[in-house]
Ligand binder design. Structure first.
Ligand code: AOF
Ligand code: ZN
Length: 336
């Protein structure tokens, strides 16, 4: 690594965040430094089907890329996908050196670093600790595991209930928790609830406009279960709705993977949560606990078929955060 490499890689990572969070492709940024040591051009990937970050930065650089250095947040691709290989674009532009942060998890695309070396380009990377990998965690997970990363989110009372005995369940958690949920779910490619939740709560499952997620890019809404979705349900509003008439989470995840959904946000209710947990198909749990007691009403998860303490599902606590009067626990199921 040379003196200014870290700063320019950091800039590439910053540019990457301008890309869409819930896309089929990873978020990638690139900076081209001309041979005179000034920045020739910058670019980032705007989503599947559009040019890669390197190509955008090279376009912005023109002839000034010749003899220069390209800083990329991901290993440049070596494959023909929806767009041509970046290694060819870098070579044609006459780039002399490439520094990249994260390795490419995609077996079809990776190998760009070795290929560039073969072509006589000096290559440095991967460079850990830049934040580039964290940016595409869910994408990389789904490429490796061939299914979306699954976050199960639940808001409950202190005694773990998600509704009162009469079924009322709106606003158990406070405004700060709800804002946190909205911000986090904006980066998911799909949101799933069971038919029970549609019938009980009638959620719209839309995400608000945010920096990560313009209003015209709504997640795919998935309703899982065999019961009908009423014609007047809010979930039938404008946008993509898929009613998965099955109880099998693996089948649902397979279809979502085929649709290139990288992150599934599971919102409930207890029956759907139990189905995913029992199948070992939850990767992260977010529990928002409100300082409220009900003493009756459904628990946050339905039966997991656990007859005795020794058979309990164990989770690992990753972090705890206070949100006004609520507490958010982030956990990860432990493999059994
Ligand atoms: C890069 N630069 O900016 C991105 C890369 O179908 P395509 O052509 O868009 O290729 C998608 C794959 O390319 C994707 O799965 C990932 O491996 C890589 N993404 N590579 O060199 C970029 N977005
Ligand atoms: Zn590429």
């Amino acid at each position: 690594m040379q003196r200014q490499d870290a700063a320019l890689l950091a800039r590439a990572v910053e540019l990457a965040t301008r890309g869409p969070a819930a896309d089929a492709n990873p978020r990638v940024g690139a900076v081209v430094l001309a041979s005179d040591g000034t920045v020739a051009g910058e670019g980032w990937h705007e989503g599947a089907g559009t040019p890669h970050a390197e190509v955008m930065a090279l376009r912005a650089s023109g002839e000034r890329a010749r003899g220069g250095t390209a800083y990329v947040s991901l290993e440049p691709c070596a494959h023909q996908g929806r767009t041509p290989p970046c290694v060819d674009a870098l070579r044609t532009a006459g780039v002399a050196r490439v520094v990249y942060a994260a390795p490419d998890a995609n077996p079809d695309a990776r190998g760009g670093a070795a290929r560039l070396s073969d072509l006589g380009v000096e290559v440095s990377g991967p460079v850990p600790g830049t934040g580039a990998e964290e940016l595409n965690e869910h994408w990389a997970f789904s490429v490796r595991h061939e299914r979306p990363f699954v976050t199960w989110k639940v808001g409950a009372t202190l005694d773990g209930r998600v509704a009162a005995a009469d079924g009322t369940s709106r606003w158990i958690t406070g405004a700060a928790s709800r804002a946190d949920v909205h911000r986090r779910r904006a980066s998911a490619g799909a949101i799933l609830v069971g038919t029970g939740t549609v019938l009980a709560d009638d959620p719209a499952l839309t995400v608000r406009d945010s920096a990560d997620r313009p209003a015209d890019r709504q997640p795919v809404r998935v309703v899982m279960g065999e019961r009908d979705v009423p014609a007047a349900a809010r979930v039938r509003g404008p946008g993509d709705l898929w009613h998965a008439r099955t109880r099998d989470p693996a089948v649902v995840l397979k279809t979502l993977h085929d649709r290139q959904i990288r992150h599934l946000w599971l919102e409930g209710g207890p029956v759907v949560a139990a189905a995913f947990l029992s199948a070992g198909l939850v990767d992260e749990v977010l529990v928002y606990l409100a300082p409220t007691l009900l003493g009756a009403g459904p628990s946050l998860v339905a039966s997991l078929g656990v007859p005795t303490l020794a058979a309990a599902h164990h989770l690992e606590l990753l972090d705890v955060e206070r949100l006004d009067q609520d507490v958010r626990l982030r956990l990860r199921p432990r493999p059994v």
